[in-house]
Design a protein around this ligand. Sequence first.
Ligand SMILES: [Zn+2]
Length: 292
Amino acid sequence: MPPFARAFALTTALALSAPALADAPIGDAIQSVPIFDAHVHYKEPAWEAFPVPSVIELMDRSGVAMGLVSSTPDEGTIMLWEYAPNRIVPELRPYHGDVNSGNWTQSETIVGYLEDRLARYPHQGIGEFHIHRLDPFDEPLFREVIRMAKERDIYLHVHTGAAAVAWLYELDPEVKMIWAHAGLGESARNVYRVMEAFPTLMADTSLREYEIDTSGDGLNPEWQKIIYAFQDRLMVGSDTWVNGQWEDYAEIIASNRRWLAKLPRDVAEKIAYRNAERAFGREVTMDLIGKK
Ligand SMILES: [Zn+2]
């Protein structure tokens, strides 16, 4: 083979193998990638069983450098944030006292409560809150909630279905929103449609990990499409909504690393922490582990 032909063959081989390398799954190297946990709760029943320092230690042990935390009541979030401000991104959950996920939109004091908490602490989101049922009588409240979020340039973190996401964007197409559990009850097909329809919508995939990863070689094919198409807008999360989730915290984060391991490094890193870095203006690195 003349030298130029050999060089050509070599170049071609390299050109073919380079994308293959870039597309190779990150595999075990995912263990050294920091995680941003985008769905943490530190509710009152957890406070005694899992004291503040122990929560940060649980994060440390799983390589969770930072978390987006909302709690019932908000004092739980603030306790964590005051102890470890470099590890916690606080967001304001409306629930407190008798105000809960089923009745918060009817509370007459809720706007004042939210205004007061937002004035006192640097929450970077309002949520996670639920919209169980779309009620046109709730529109004035949601206009107020959107106004509060926009004034501070912070997110709404919403646990609801596709219809209510569309309704919130109708109220204000510029609202910044994170879709909790990527809609949870919505099929993968609907998740794709919603993410496609609203190009700024972010989503956390908490409680979806076993649906995404069917434990074969690859991922669930429908979810694989979602993950590649919207790789710049997804974040993982644990959803520590009951103490059992704190007990299982290491396994929950491990199960998320298992599906991220099946993705190329650049995609895995975006979903593990880079999208969150951009959303919250924080730097997420393994150097944060062991620090507060
Ligand atoms: Zn939740």
